[in-house]
Design a protein around this ligand. Structure first.
Ligand code: SF4
Length: 498
């Protein structure tokens, strides 16, 4: 069964499979770009002609580190301990994933909300000279003594990588010392990649090597589908995805978010795999196909009716249920069409700027078509062949929208928002809200955004924000972003150098 991707017309087509061992560094794939300022039309043409250059920023405001993505991907696994073999500062961003895990428990009805067990080995100046092995051993020993967990994850860092601690060898040794635990090193040193999604890949590479490779392949279960979900998926979105798979007569093995060692061990038993996000588990699903012959669907994030249809058709095709998928799509459209029309009457013609992860931002951009909005800007961390498919489609609807390929870099976003003056901002709202723009968050995993039900919720939320922008307007009157007026007059991409 071929791997799939989507073309501008929504058709699903085969993409070539790779047989090389994947390093876990997203930049190692050919024609993948991290630093770019362009427009939809230009970036599409340049990519097509293979004229895009690997640029860099001569000034950057900090990047999201891949370590946090590795940690976030695994943080909700039952009975686990997470050891960052790093200085303390490296886990500074863990707060976001911890919040997502805690909120996720509340949404799932837990009465006692647990905090994940994150332990830092606390590498310091002495460790840099004498090595950090003793600290890592002590951290694992204390973790096992205190919590007796099933799973111990060790996350490497820039510091452990630079000083050359042999974390794999130490893990092997610790594994024989603690046979009741499964100890798994994750190689997510921040310096290895500027694409934070590499952290997801590092986590899956280790799951494969330290759990799946050590097990016999279980018997295939008809109708079982691996549904790979990143940490930013709300519980309502999980339910919606599982509902849609249920309509196809399929059961989801929902992993690794709010999952367990047992569910990970069931991965090879699945009849097929799919992911909720385009840049989550894509390489892992390809590996599962190579190792176990499990077909997979790699299409789009199911945000908006078009993308939800594509997503459903993709997974239906892997299990030979295309006709049933068409019936489901027809009946779901009938169910929500009048609601979409109602939202459209409130949002039509509004100008929107979208910022998010690669999977989500492109998917959300397609959503604006449902509501007749105009895309004026798109900010996302990477550009590659999959992004090219999305841009090709977006170029058929929207003209002259700006494309900013940036991992973070709020100074560029603030400049762009100030120029473009969108009516609506979709994404992480911190800076846009302070400029008084109505904002809708699509990454907080607290509200529905996906599937046929998600689009109705998201659309209403955007329309409500637009009719009641008071909070952000007041905020903008009392808060000033930390940029001089002169910055807003300059080229937002002046620090991107070829
Ligand atoms: S691993 Fe490196 S890039 Fe990541 S937080 Fe630590 S020092 Fe920063």
């Amino acid at each position: 069964m071929p791997t799939e991707t989507t073309a501008a017309d929504g058709a699903v087509s085969a993409i070539p499979k790779t047989t090389t061992t994947y390093s876990g560094v997203r930049e190692s794939r050919e024609f993948r770009y991290n630093d770019l300022g362009s427009t939809g039309a230009k970036v599409h043409a340049d990519f097509e002609k293979k004229c895009l250059k690997k640029a860099d920023r001569s000034f950057a405001q900090g990047l999201q580190c891949q370590q946090i993505n590795s940690m976030a991907a695994l943080m909700s696994l039952e009975d686990s301990v997470f050891i960052a073999h790093s200085p303390q500062g490296c886990v500074g961003c863990a707060g976001l994933a911890i919040d997502q895990y805690r909120v996720g428990q509340a949404h799932r009805g837990s009465k006692v909300i647990r905090t994940p067990r994150v332990i830092v080995s606390n590498l310091d100046a002495k460790s840099v000279v004498f090595g950090g092995e003793a600290k890592l051993r002590e951290a694992v020993s204390l973790a096992v003594e205190r919590y007796n967990p099933k799973l111990v994850f060790i996350f490497t860092s820039c510091a452990s990588g630079i000083i050359g601690d042999d974390v794999d060898a130490i893990t092997e040794d610790l594994q024989s010392e603690y046979p009741d635990q499964v100890i798994i090193p994750i190689h997510c040193e921040g310096f290895k990649s500027k694409v934070c999604a590499s952290g997801f890949d590092a986590a899956f590479i280790s799951i494969s090597k330290y759990i799946l490779a050590k097990e016999e392949k279980p018997q295939t279960q008809d109708g079982l589908v691996n549904l790979f979900a990143p940490v930013s998926i709300s519980y309502r979105d999980q339910q919606e995805m599982e509902r849609m798979l249920g309509l196809l007569g399929l059961t989801a093995n929902y992993i690794p978010f709010f999952s367990s060692l047992e569910k990970i061990r069931r991965i090879p038993a699945a009849q097929a795999s799919t992911s909720i996000c385009k840049v989550f588990a894509d390489e892992f699903m390809a590996q599962l196909e190579r190792d176990y012959g499990i077909p997979y669907s790699h299409t789009v994030m199911p945000i908006g009716t078009r993308n939800t249809d594509i997503w459903l058709r993709g997974i239906a095709k892997t299990v030979g249920k295309e006709d049933l998928a068409e019936q489901i799509i027809a009946s779901e459209h009938e169910r929500i069409d009048s609601k979409i029309a109602d939202i459209r009457s409130r949002l039509e013609g509004k100008r929107v700027f979208i910022c998010g992860g690669t999977g989500r931002s492109f998917a959300a951009a397609a959503l604006v078509e449902d509501f007749g909005m105009e895309l004026v800007g798109l900010e996302t961390p990477t550009y590659d062949e999959y992004a090219q498919d999305d841009i090709e489609y977006l170029n058929t609807i929207h003209k002259d929208f700006v494309v900013d390929i940036a991992n973070m870099q709020p100074f560029e976003q603030a400049n762009l928002l100030n120029r473009l003056k969108p009516d609506v901002f979709i994404g992480i709202p911190t800076w846009a809200a302070k400029l008084g723009i109505p904002t809708t968050h699509v990454l907080d995993m607290k509200r529905p955004t996906m599937g046929y039900d998600g689009i109705v919720y998201l659309g209403r939320k955007m329309a409500d924000q637009l009719s009641n922008p008071g909070f952000n307007v007041k905020l903008s009157k009392h808060i000033k972003l930390p940029y001089r007026d002169s910055w807003y007059e300059q080229d937002p991409f002046k620090y991107i150098v070829d």
